[in-house]
Structure formats: C-alpha cells, structure tokens
Design a protein around this ligand. Structure first.
Ligand SMILES: NC(=O)c1ccc[n+]([C@@H]2O[C@H](COP(=O)([O-])OP(=O)(O)OC[C@H]3O[C@@H](n4cnc5c(N)ncnc54)[C@H](O)[C@@H]3O)[C@@H](O)[C@H]2O)c1
Length: 348
C-alpha cells in the first residue's frame, strides 16, 4: 500500500454515528470509502445518492470479498461486533470499531484475542480522548500544575430523549444503556486523563420511575485509582431537567481544575484564589474534530506502525470497569479491579 494513495476504509453501519463518520471522511482527501455496508437498503440508498460510484452492500462478507480495503470501520450496534470482527480479521484487515466493543465481557476479550492471533490492529472509538479539554486536563494532572490530584467529582446530568429521530433506538431497550453507551466514555476519560488505573469500584445503577429507558439510566460510582485518587462519578440520561449540567472537578494539593461544560470550558484556581481562571482551548467541533484526530491516529498506525492508541487491549480495561461496576451494583460489594481483570483473563 503506497502512503500516497488514499486510505481505503470499508464503512459498515450508516446510522446516526455512521453519518458523522462519513462527514469526517468526506472532508479528507487522504481517505476514501471503499464501500458502504448496512442491513438497511433505505440507509444504503441515501449514501449511494450522495456518494456515486462507491459500492454498497447489505452483507459485510460480500463487501469484504468484493472491495479492496485497507481497513474496516465498524459503526454498527455493539451486539453484532463479535461476528463482524471475526469476518474482518478473517479477511486479514485492521479494524476500527465504535465503542462499546461488546455488551459482554467474554465477547470483548474474544475480539481482542482474535486481533492478537491475527496480528492485526484493533482500535476502539474513544474519540473524546482527542478533545482539547481532555488533553489539557491530562497535561495539567501529569504536570501537577496545581499539585498532586487527591479527589475528583464527575457529574453528567442529562435528560436524553431517546425517541428523537436522529438518535439510535436500541438503547431504549438494551440492558444498562447509560453504563455501556455513555458512562463508558466518562470512565475511559477518568482513566485516560488521570493517567492511572482504577483499583476498586463501588457502584449503584438504577432506573428512575419516569425513565423512558427499559433498563438503568443512572450510574453512580466511587472509584479508587492508583495513588489513592478517589473519584465520585454520577451520570444520568434521565434527569429531571432538559438543561444539561456537567462538571468535572479535580481537587489537587494546591488548587482545582474544573471542566464546566461538556466537551469544553476549562478553568483552574489555586487554593487561595477568589475566582477561577479560564484556560484557553482551541476551537473544536466535538464528535467531528476529535473523530478526525482518532482516524488520523489509526491510519498512521496502520501505515507507519506508530503507536496504536485506543487499542482493543486498553479498551478491555475500560469495558471491564463498566462490567465490574455492574457487578458491584448487583452484589452490593466493591470490586477489586485486579481480581476482576484476572478472573476475565484481561492482561495489561
Ligand atoms: N463515539 C461516539 O461519540 C459515538 C456516538 C454515537 C454512537 N456511537 C456508537 O456507534 C455505534 C452505532 O451507533 P449509532 O448511533 O450509529 O446507531 P444506529 O442504530 O443509529 O445505526 C446503526 C446502523 O447499523 C446498521 N446495522 C445494524 N446491524 C448491521 C449489520 N449486521 N451489518 C451492517 N449494518 C448493520 C443499522 O441498520 C444502522 O443503520 C454504537 O456502538 C454506538 O455506541 C459512538
């Protein structure tokens, strides 16, 4: 594969998130769709109209056989990822899969093992790691800009109307929609930005009486991270107010770092400061520019062997944290992550 020719990505899944991915790819001259795959002929027809000449398929196996691709992008609901990943690795192609990798721990471990056995890259779409605000928090924590971090509060309070036509519908009926579709990003950011692993999790998940979701739309966790960093996490898709409220505050020995809005708005204060000081961040379009950066990183790995970021193996630690939290909620006991990872054969 010449590094001058466009990277050929077989795009599987053309729903809500698939449309965003397509917009990201359309803006680039170094990436082309080698084909579109979706089980829905209506969705394929929409893409066919706007992308003349790109072949369309209702079956992944057919698309793998009939296109020349450098990698596969999987933007399908997670319950199909295991079978799809098996086909992709069977065809000898690298895989960039949307999160969550699976809805089952053993299936996630199996996909990562398949990638390792085939010696093929597997990246998972943790795009929010690429937001400038996430990068800046990571930098400030690692450089101890306001001292060593001691504890954090992460609150994501949203009333998400899952009936909106542009939103995916399977979260309305799946088990643990909040944890596996949304909190997974937040728990991943906590691991990523703090640059340390979770040692212990206590959790409660539940579903408020007015929830439109069939299963738990609320998650509350107490996380103990390496070095004694304690984090309180609360997330809901079923808040009592349509206005989104978000705060991620990290208390450190000499001050605080506060993200005041989802995806942006970072500030800090030293202990005796009377007010927070804003931190300038570059303009950024969330869901797009972060996805673009993730894609750049993936292509770079496939083409040049640069570091594989958001690897499947790394994702198992975040996915594992989600399932450990669910286990904690079910048993009423804290879960020690090393024990959980060992029980599920998850290495580092
Ligand atoms: N990283 C992010 O910021 C982000 C944001 C939204 C969604 N997502 C993730 O993206 C994935 C897809 O979510 P969505 O919102 O696009 O869902 P969606 O339901 O809107 O779209 C899924 C698409 O996959 C198609 N599909 C289903 N089974 C298929 C199969 N076997 N083969 C081919 N196509 C198939 C469906 O017809 C549909 O068009 C999920 O894993 C979700 O968690 C990630």
């Amino acid at each position: 594969m010449s590094t001058n020719s466009p990277f050929r990505l077989l795009h599987v899944g053309l729903g809500n998130r698939g449309r965003m991915w397509s917009e990201v790819m359309d803006k680039r001259s170094d990436v082309v769709p080698s084909g579109y795959v979706d089980v829905s002929p209506e969705r394929l027809a929409l893409f066919e109209e706007s992308h003349l000449g790109v072949p369309i398929f209702t079956e992944l196996s057919m698309a793998l056989a009939e296109t020349q691709s450098d990698a596969v992008l999987l933007v399908t609901p997670p319950d199909g990822h295991l079978d799809q990943a098996r086909l992709v690795f069977g065809a000898g192609l690298p895989l960039l899969s949307e999160k969550p990798l699976t809805l089952d721990m053993a299936e996630g471990v199996e996909i990562v093992r398949m990638a390792a056995d085939a010696n093929l890259p597997l990246m998972v779409g943790l795009n929010f790691r690429y937001l400038p605000v996430s990068r800046k928090i990571k930098e400030m924590v690692s450089q101890e800009t306001v001292g060593a971090p001691g504890f954090g509060l992460f609150a994501y309070l949203r009333n998400r109307d899952g009936m909106q036509p542009w939103l995916n519908k399977y979260p309305l009926t799946m088990q643990h929609p909040m944890m596996l579709e949304q909190s997974i990003h937040h728990l991943d950011l906590i691991r990523y930005c703090y640059g340390r692993e979770v040692e212990k999790v206590s959790c409660r998940t539940w579903n408020p009486s007015w929830s439109m979701y069939r299963h738990d739309a609320n998650v509350s966790c107490l996380l103990t991270l390496e070095g004694g960093l304690e984090v309180n996490y609360i997330g809901t898709w079923t808040g009592g107010w349509n206005q989104m409220q978000f705060q991620w505050r990290t208390d450190c020995a000499d001050g605080v770092i506060v993200q005041r809005q989802l995806f942006e708005d970072l500030a800090y204060a030293r202990t005796k400061d009377e007010a927070l000081t804003d931190i300038a961040l570059p303009d950024f379009k969330a869901f797009y520019d972060d996805t673009d950066a993730l894609l750049t990183s993936f292509i770079s790995h496939v083409r040049t062997g640069s570091e594989l970021e958001c690897s499947g193996l790394d994702h198992l630690r975040t996915l594992g944290l989600c399932f450990a939290a669910i286990e904690s909620s079910e048993t009423g006991k804290a879960v020690i992550m090393d024990e959980f990872y060992a029980r599920h054969d998850i290495g580092s």
